[in-house]
Design a protein around this ligand. Structure first.
Ligand SMILES: [Fe+2]
Ligand SMILES: [Fe+2]
Length: 186
C-alpha cells in the first residue's frame, strides 16, 4: 500500500480541491469517532480521506469503470450512476493505491447508501460524511448531537433524514439504504 505522503499526492492529483477539503474533514471526524468507539483510527482516517475519490467522475465514466472492473450495477445505479462513485472508488483505491484492507474498502464501498449489517467502521465513515463540520442542512445538528453518544442512533437519524429527503423529491431509493435503515430498527 502507498504510504501517507504518496496517498496525499495521489488524492491531490485526482480530487478537485473543494472535494479534497471535504475528504480531509471527513477523515478528521472519522478519526475522532473511531477513537470514541474503539475502532482503528488509522483505518477510519484513511477510509474517510479516500471515500469520495471517484465522486467527480462523470456518470458515463462511472458506468464505464464499473463495466471494466466487473462491479455489479443494480437497476437503481444504472439510472442514478452517481451512486457508483462509492463502489468504483473502493475498487480505484484497491487498484491504484494498493489498499487491500477489506474493512477500509467496504467503508468506502457503502459510504453513500449504507447496508444491512454495517461494521462500526462503515457506520463511522457514513456518519462522518453526513455530519462533517461544513455540512449545513436541516437535521445535521441532530446527527452531530447524537454521534458521540450513540453511533447507531446517529446512523439511524442520518438514514431517516436522507430517505425523507429522497422521498420528498421523488428520487429513487437504493435498496441498501432501506436495508441499512431497517437493520437499525430490528
Ligand atoms: Fe460520496
Ligand atoms: Fe463525501
Amino acid at each position: 500500500m502507498m504510504d501517507t505522503a504518496a496517498l496525499k499526492m495521489w488524492a491531490t492529483g485526482r480530487i478537485p480541491s473543494a472535494r479534497l477539503a471535504h475528504c480531509s474533514r471527513v477523515a478528521q471526524l472519522a478519526q475522532w469517532l473511531a477513537q470514541r468507539y474503539d475502532v482503528d483510527p488509522d483505518k477510519a482516517r484513511l477510509a474517510g480521506f479516500l471515500h469520495d475519490c471517484a465522486r467527480d467522475e462523470s456518470p458515463a465514466r462511472l458506468l464505464e469503470l464499473a463495466g471494466l472492473w466487473r462491479i455489479p450495477v443494480t437497476e437503481v445505479e444504472a439510472r442514478a450512476p452517481i451512486l457508483l462513485h462509492a463502489p468504483v472508488g473502493a475498487e480505484l483505491v484497491r487498484r491504484e493505491c494498493g489498499v487491500e484492507d477489506i474493512q477500509i474498502l467496504d467503508a468506502i464501498r457503502f459510504h453513500t447508501t449504507g447496508r444491512s449489517g454495517m461494521s462500526p467502521l462503515e457506520k463511522i465513515v457514513f456518519v462522518a460524511d453526513y455530519a462533517e463540520p461544513a455540512r449545513d442542512f436541516p437535521g445535521v445538528e441532530r446527527v452531530r448531537a447524537a454521534m458521540f453518544e450513540c453511533l447507531d442512533t446517529a446512523v439511524r437519524l442520518a438514514l431517516d433524514q436522507s430517505l425523507r429527503y429522497l422521498l420528498e423529491r421523488g428520487y429513487l431509493v437504493h435498496p441498501n439504504m432501506v436495508a441499512a435503515r431497517n437493520a437499525l430498527y430490528m
